[in-house]
Design a protein. Structure first.
Length: 304
């Protein structure tokens, strides 16, 4: 007997998305809150926000076969399509990977000056030969594509999902964190870290757009998290500039040479680490400048 669920549904948790945009046939996950839809005036930023990087479905079932009805929009850069696949994981182990084979194609030039959308059909992604017994299943969506979720089919009832892992991790970064060219959604480095440590990840890595936008800062502020990391030392394309950032992230300690770990209770002494070996340590010291007696000094402007 086949069981069909129209998405969204309370029996299927959608993790890693801060907005579920309702559409006639289902729902489209976005990685920034709904209030940002009309506030992001940059077309590229709107595109990468809609990419389902580390967005995943979590459900509990004894099914041996699952189907997912979707409509995918795959981005194509300079006539080369970006990787797009669906990964199914059980207990943190990826068991099945199914490539997207249909959907729209958004063709982009390297300078983003020209974009062309070629319409394509919806498709049904199928996962067979799953292990027997009741299990917690996660289906990771393509990280470099926009995905409309429509239906879920199974050969056994879908039960209420168990809660995700207790460590909630929010990460912000640019292309290194988005991982557009990674071969699969569970092979970007944030996804690998989350699967390895058991963290529940919300990845706010936006390729070419780590511009410290106030809208992103507010989204991080409003998202429940045990750990916040920022990957802000990487180069961005410079398509936009943001001159003011709310001071909502007050206390930092270095996590990697180019990332910051921020405790969500605003106390530097109470980090909840991603792994047992993680410890906060001072970040790099600012460069020093040696002045001799003959070097003129620039007067300091009062009030600065």
């Amino acid at each position: 007997m086949t069981h069909h669920i129209s998405l969204p549904d309370d029996r299927v948790a959608i993790l890693g998305a801060l907005d579920l945009e309702r559409i006639p046939d289902g729902v489209r996950p976005r990685r920034l809150p709904a209030r940002t839809r009309l506030r992001l005036h940059d077309g590229w930023m709107n595109l990468v926000v809609s990419h389902a990087a580390t967005v995943r479905l979590r459900l509990r079932t004894a099914a041996r076969s699952l189907t997912l009805g979707v409509h995918v929009t795959v981005s194509e850069m300079n006539a080369s399509p970006l990787p797009a696949s669906f990964d199914l994981a059980i207990d943190g182990t990826v068991l099945t990977r199914v490539p997207a084979t249909a959907g729209d194609v958004l063709s982009l030039a390297v300078d983003l000056a020209d974009a062309r959308l070629t319409p394509g059909p919806a498709e049904t992604v199928r996962f067979d030969d799953l292990p027997a017994g009741v299990k917690d299943v996660e289906i990771w969506l393509p990280h470099s594509a926009t995905v409309e979720l429509r239906t879920l089919g199974s050969d056994a009832p879908v039960l209420a999902p168990t809660p995700p892992p207790s460590l909630a991790w929010v990460h912000y970064g640019s292309s290194f964190s988005h991982g557009l060219e990674a071969p699969a959604p569970t092979l970007t480095w944030p996804a690998v870290a989350a699967l390895t440590t058991g963290a529940s990840l919300t990845n706010l890595g936006f390729a070419g757009d780590a511009m410290l936008d106030p809208e992103v800062a507010r989204a991080i502020r409003d998202t429940s998290a045990d750990l916040i990391t920022l990957k802000v030392a990487s180069p961005s394309s410079g398509r936009r500039r943001c001159e003011s950032v709310p001071s909502s992230l007050p206390c930092t300690g270095s996590w990697t040479p180019s990332a910051k770990a921020i405790p969500t209770d605003r106390s530097c002494s109470s980090h909840r680490p991603l792994s047992p070996n993680w410890r906060p340590r001072p970040g790099p010291s600012p460069p020093t400048r040696t002045l001799d007696a003959d070097t003129p000094r620039t007067p300091r402007t009062p009030g600065r």
